[in-house]
Design a protein around this ligand. Structure first.
Ligand code: FE
Ligand code: CA
Length: 527
């Protein structure tokens, strides 16, 4: 193997066949869109070079980013990779093409950036390298900023822990023909070491705790070997942010949970591997440990999508357990630091940027961020009033208040906060004062459940919900994603959940439906 190369543990043939069968079961291949059938047809010939699939992201009216990473044990240090973007699935009308140099120093990742494209239309893309051709992905441009747009179909997704279940939810998402864009809200990988599989005989992490660049690259390669995740990437462009597990559980700015002194170097490795494996442009390449993830995207005159990063510039969590960093669950009365107005979750630069990014000219503002914004009081004992988990917005209550006050002052017609992280579906009213039942509802919140990652026991949530009347729905026993249809007058949400995390091809059901009427913040359950 060449120096600087990362070993990719490609699945052996038997396992590959097994995964392929899983994909076919789950996608009911006869009805699968053509591009997924291409992927299957090409698997046998080309898997060594494009074993991690492809992806697209960052959709703008005239461009997007196309991603792949070459695989195989004998890769030269530098490889030319050709890419093509076509207006049709048969590639008879090429809209743009070019080539990129995939280099070992960037794990042979490719970040191609076609530009000058037509707004609001679908495209198909593929790669060629070393005599092999990739499968075909579908992607699209955003509508022009001033275009009248009738509809935006999108999904929120997060938390795909490999050893907590099969990616059946991704297979379901890949079948959503009309999906325009996928928002991924964090925990693309989990950094933890291989452990005993929670279900004996089921899949587990390869390797130890991710600390080095090679460790993180190997973990991304393992996750991206899954054909259902690959099919979800091939369906539509993604807009992506990260949370803690792309680096370290509960990290906060310069501090890791274990307060290790080598955390700065670990952040550099994690940020580089993250950029290498996401459909991000070259300009987003990290500078040292920093990667600029926060951004906004416009969908014609219908919506602005704002994506945040609440990890890189946050203050450490208040009142941690003795001798360590990271989260804790503590009573307000035992931790005066909760009330420190200087504490920030976004950092002052991003806070100012967000304040300037809200767009009152569009009917909808969608705020993608990592976690539950709503207050969640875990109180069970009447003596200890107000018990909060310190890693989410509840650990930064005055930062949350600043954000909500700002929302209220701007009189945005419809702000919708979208989140992940907590491995449960929550639908909530975001209020000026969560303690006052008469306080105005300022925004609607959908915090989507995990693709696979296990959540808290549902009985704990059931005991806490009566202390949180602004939370209308809270279910940690559901795994999947939330699919949305947005129109000027309304937002419809469908909470889609897998029946079984470990049954290949498990049915996916709609657990609940909610809708938000324009001008009336707060979701109403339908049916
Ligand atoms: Fe998670
Ligand atoms: Ca998380």
């Amino acid at each position: 193997m060449l120096a600087g190369m990362t070993p990719i543990t490609a699945p052996d043939l038997a396992r590959r066949r097994l995964l392929k069968t899983g994909l076919q079961t789950s996608l009911a291949v006869g009805s699968a869109p053509l591009f997924i059938r291409h992927a299957l047809a090409n698997t046998a010939a080309d898997v060594e070079r494009f074993a991690l699939g492809l992806a697209s992201g960052c959709p703008r009216p005239d461009r997007m980013v196309l991603w792949t990473r070459l695989t195989g044990a004998d890769l030269p240090a530098q490889v030319e990779v050709k890419w093509e973007l076509a207006e049709d699935e048969a590639f008879s009308k090429i809209a743009a093409s070019g080539s990129e140099q995939a280099v070992a120093a960037d794990a042979h990742s490719v970040h191609a950036e076609p530009s000058g494209l037509r707004p609001d239309r679908w495209y198909w893309y593929r790669f060629t390298a070393l005599g092999a051709r990739s499968s075909v992905g579908r992607t699209r441009t955003a509508p022009a900023p001033d275009a009248t747009v009738a509809r935006l179909n999108f999904a929120i997704t997060s938390c795909q822990r490999w050893d907590h279940g099969l990616y059946t939810a991704w297979g379901d998402l890949a079948q959503q023909q009309e999906l325009d864009v996928v928002l991924f809200l964090g925990d693309y990988i989990y950094e933890s070491a291989a452990g005993a599989a929670p279900v004996p005989g089921q899949r587990s992490h390869q390797g130890g705790l991710c600390r080095s660049l090679a460790d993180y690259r190997q973990r991304y390669a393992q996750y991206k070997s899954d054909p259902l995740l690959q099919a979800a990437h091939a369906r539509a462009p993604w807009i992506i942010t990260w949370d803690d597990h792309e680096v370290d559980n509960d990290w906060a700015g310069d501090s890791s949970q274990g307060l290790e002194s080598d955390f700065p170097q670990r952040r550099v490795a994690a940020a580089k591997a993250y950029w290498e494996h996401m459909p991000f442009p070259k300009a987003m390449r990290p500078r040292g440990h920093e990667i600029r993830l926060y951004a906004h995207y416009d969908w014609g005159n219908l919506a602005r999508i704002i994506m945040l990063d609440d990890r890189q510039w946050r203050d450490p969590q208040v009142c941690p357990k003795p001798g360590r960093g990271g989260s804790n669950t503590v009573a307000l009365q035992d931790c005066p630091a909760f009330a420190d107005p200087k504490r920030t979750l976004l950092g002052s630069t991003q806070e100012r940027w967000l304040a300037q990014s809200w767009d009152a000219s569009r009917p909808w503002n969608l705020l993608g961020q990592q976690t539950l914004m709503s207050r969640m009081n875990w109180q069970e004992n009447p003596d200890k009033q107000g018990i909060y988990w310190t890693d989410g917005w509840d650990g930064y209550p005055l930062a949350r208040q600043r954000l909500l006050n700002d929302l209220a002052a701007r009189q945005l017609p419809n702000a919708v906060v979208l989140g992940g992280d907590v491995h449960a579906n929550y639908v909530s009213d975001l209020k000026a004062d969560f303690d006052d039942p008469k306080s105005a509802v300022l925004a609607t919140e959908f915090c989507g459940t995990s693709i696979t990652s296990q959540g808290l026991d549902q009985t704990r949530i059931n005991r806490a919900l009566p202390h949180n009347p602004h939370i209308k729905y809270g279910r940690s026993d559901q795994h999947g994603y939330v699919r949305f249809a947005l129109q000027a007058g309304r937002l419809d949400a469908e909470l889609r959940s897998v029946q079984s995390l470990w049954l290949p091809g498990s049915p996916v059901e709609v657990s609940a439906r909610f809708s938000v009427e324009a001008g009336k913040p707060g979701a109403q359950q339908v049916g």
